[in-house]
Design a protein around this ligand. Sequence first.
Ligand SMILES: Nc1nc2c(ncn2[C@@H]2O[C@H](COP(=O)(O)OP(=O)(O)OP(=O)(O)O)[C@@H](O)[C@H]2O)c(=O)[nH]1
Ligand SMILES: [Mg+2]
Length: 196
Amino acid sequence: MEIKTARFVTSVADPAAICDRGAGEVAVAGRSNVGKSSFINYLTGRKGLAKTSSTPGKTRLLNYFSVNDGEFYLVDLPGYGYAVKLSDDERRRWDALMGTYLTSSPQLKLVLVLMDIRREPSELDKRMISYLAAGIVPFCVVLTKADKLSRAAAVRQKKAVAAALKLGVDNLLITSSLEKTGKEDVCATMERYLNE
Ligand SMILES: Nc1nc2c(ncn2[C@@H]2O[C@H](COP(=O)(O)OP(=O)(O)OP(=O)(O)O)[C@@H](O)[C@H]2O)c(=O)[nH]1
Ligand SMILES: [Mg+2]
């Protein structure tokens, strides 16, 4: 699969606005600051498409991007676990939005869970993986910022993260949005699940 064009379609804050948009969806999830928006920009080859920030917690909405004129959607999900403390009300809203998205999106084909390759999976990462593993939507772990490690260290770390999450190594991919590596494997995985 080749991503030729991508454009922003809509932001969703209200769970009631989650619906069938006429094509398959690949969601990009992960803790805040892991590089979700940068990853979407790398995949689509459009630098400013998804807003990136060095301030964690920038993306608090579901952002839908149409790829190849409606062939499928990439959905940038709000990050979890950011340092800024949420009020109970904000927390409830976040849970409702993410929970509804992950359980009730009729066209959701794959969830890419991004994790920083240098870090041990956090409790929230583990919770996300067990949540997805208990459901019916396929998921894959995408290790980000591989440019921060040597190739050998990256491969070692992939094995360690797979073990920590009790997943097979085939469920993890290695990427760097900075050095633009790993896109081919990600696209092949997306293609497989979008066509299923
Ligand atoms: N070295 C390196 N830095 C990266 C890479 N991808 C993202 N970053 C940096 O990580 C920070 C966060 O990137 P974002 O793409 O905004 O992260 P996000 O997951 O969308 O963050 P939220 O929207 O807050 O959840 C920025 O400072 C990026 O420049 C990468 O592949 N390598
Ligand atoms: Mg973001």
